[in-house]
Ligand binder design. Structure first.
Ligand code: 5AD
Ligand code: SF4
Length: 458
């Protein structure tokens, strides 16, 4: 055990004494990276004796924030404002704000100066400091910690007693791409890869605890390993994770098309545990727009990757991200996007209205698109996306899919929910023997957003 571990352990003990019996609530905005961070924070808090409670009852409310779109920031600001009133009713309430917004000087300074009732502020690289920060906050001081750099040792610390069967594992942090619309390189900093040994150790631990599916997380997983002392490619990492006992399915997020290698595409043929799913953000179907977004690929190159991936794994499900209303987007550009969606036929697509982010290059571009035009294009895109999504789901009716059942349905305890290898949501009658396992399921129906089926026995 390192000196640092001992220090953290004693801090955790002290927190346990100070906040004995306290409850917490975390509200998470944004992407899987944030969800995973919140999960780590929750694990750490529970190890220090906190218990989860609904927001209205919790002693400590933490907002894990996102900066990607303006609307997400607005929501957080509104929420912090409401918590001021809540604190007037319940003065012992502690309020914390963390995540991407706190990495931006502009947003952090605004929160710190406008809302004196915020007791704790920390950034995306400071989760491992939580014990110390909670102690500081307990002394009635406002605790603040932000660093630009990622510290490599925080992940294992926060594995805790996870009991889910599908878990995220960070493999890299930050992004070097500077897509012109995107705030992430400014909030999450430069790309840093976690050493292979650390990742494998975490995956092994999770495998031993009964985790069946691992999701490898990074803003741009295809450039994994470039900054490591011993350069390791992402497909090589996949091969090593593939060997870990207990792990039956591997997914990864997110891939930048410009960095997809032949080797990665071949992995779909070579590694049977690799999920039949690829999230490949296209952002736009117009070469002009792609160029101004600084994406470094053309529509034709993107379509070629899709064709190659489908050759390597014919049943692969594809999803994407699309931005509507990027500065200068013409009706023709938008038609190119619709055409591309019709050509690829995505299993699902995350669609976004372009949002201006100060500090990014696109924010200074001329020809910002009218909100009405953006909204109208967004609706047209959704119609095309959903129609295809529905057809894709209907094509699975009558087939048998391997489904990992993760949980009993929240709304109905007689049902359970899981995901296919292509990441499609499946509902089925509750079956004790199937929960927590990958089992064959006959798909009997469904709609645009989910499938219905029954577990096959014998
Ligand atoms: N406006 C709208 N969507 C954005 N995204 C990133 N930045 C912006 C922005 N400024 C979208 C991209 C990215 C996804 C995570 O969020 O599509 O892939
Ligand atoms: Fe943002 Fe582009 Fe990096 Fe993705 S690849 S996080 S869109 S800058």
């Amino acid at each position: 055990m390192t000196l640092r571990d001992q220090q953290i352990n004693s801090q955790m003990e002290a927190v346990r004494g100070l906040y004995d019996g306290s409850s917490y609530y975390i509200e998470t905005h944004g992407c899987q990276m944030n969800e995973h961070d919140s999960h780590k924070i929750a694990t750490l808090l529970e190890e220090m004796g906190f218990q989860w409670a609904p927001e209205e009852e919790a002693d400590f409310v933490l907002l894990n924030t996102c900066s990607v779109r303006h609307s997400a920031e607005d929501k957080v600001i509104g929420h912090i404002g409401r918590l001021k009133h809540e604190k007037e009713q319940r003065p012992h309430l502690k309020v914390g704000v963390c995540g991407c917004m706190m990495q931006r000087d502009e947003s952090r300074n605004y929160v710190l100066s406008t809302f004196p009732h915020v007791d704790l502020v920390f950034g995306t690289n400071n989760i491992f400091e939580l014990p110390r920060l909670l102690l500081e906050m307990g002394e009635k001081k406002r605790a603040v910690s932000i660093t630009d750099e990622y510290h490599t040792f925080d992940d294992q610390l926060m594995i805790g007693d996870r009991n889910s069967v599908r878990e995220y594992v960070n493999i890299m942090y930050g992004c070097n791409n500077f897509c012109t619309y995107c705030i992430v390189p400014y909030t999450r900093g430069r790309e840093t890869s976690r050493p292979v040994g650390d990742i494998l150790e975490e995956v092994k631990l999770l495998g031993e605890r009964g985790v069946k599916e691992i999701v490898l997380l990074g803003q741009n997983v295809n450039s994994y390993g470039k900054n490591l002392q011993e350069v390791v490619s992402f497909p090589e990492l996949l091969r090593q994770v593939h060997e870990v006992p207990g792990i039956e399915r591997i997914q990864f997020l997110t891939s930048h098309p410009k960095d997809i290698s032949r080797e990665l595409i071949d992995s779909y043929g070579d590694l049977p545990k690799l999920a039949s799913y690829l999230h490949l953000p296209v952002q736009s179907g117009s070469n002009d727009v792609l160029k101004r977004m600084n994406r470094h690929y053309t529509r034709e190159q993107y379509l070629e990757i899709v064709a190659q991936v489908r050759r390597a794994r014919p049943d692969i499900a594809l999803s994407t991200d699309i931005i509507v209303g990027f500065p200068g987007e013409t009706e023709e550009d938008f038609q190119d996007t619709l055409d591309l969606v019709r050509e690829v036929r995505y299993d699902s697509a995350f669609t976004f209205l372009y949002s201006r982010r100060s500090g990014t290059k696109a924010d200074t571009m001329e020809d910002q698109i009218d909100q009405d035009v953006k909204n109208e294009r967004f609706q047209r895109l959704l119609e095309v996306v959903y129609a295809i999504q529905k057809e894709k789901n209907e094509a699975l009716f009558g087939t048998t899919q391997q489904v990992l059942f993760e949980s009993v349905s929240k709304k109905d305890a007689t049902r359970m929910t899981g995901r296919t290898s292509g990441y499609k949501l499946v509902h089925a009658p509750y079956d004790e023997t199937a929960l927590g396992k990958i089992v064959p399921v006959r798909i009997e129906g469904g709609n645009t957003f989910s499938l219905e089926g029954t577990v096959l026995h014998g």
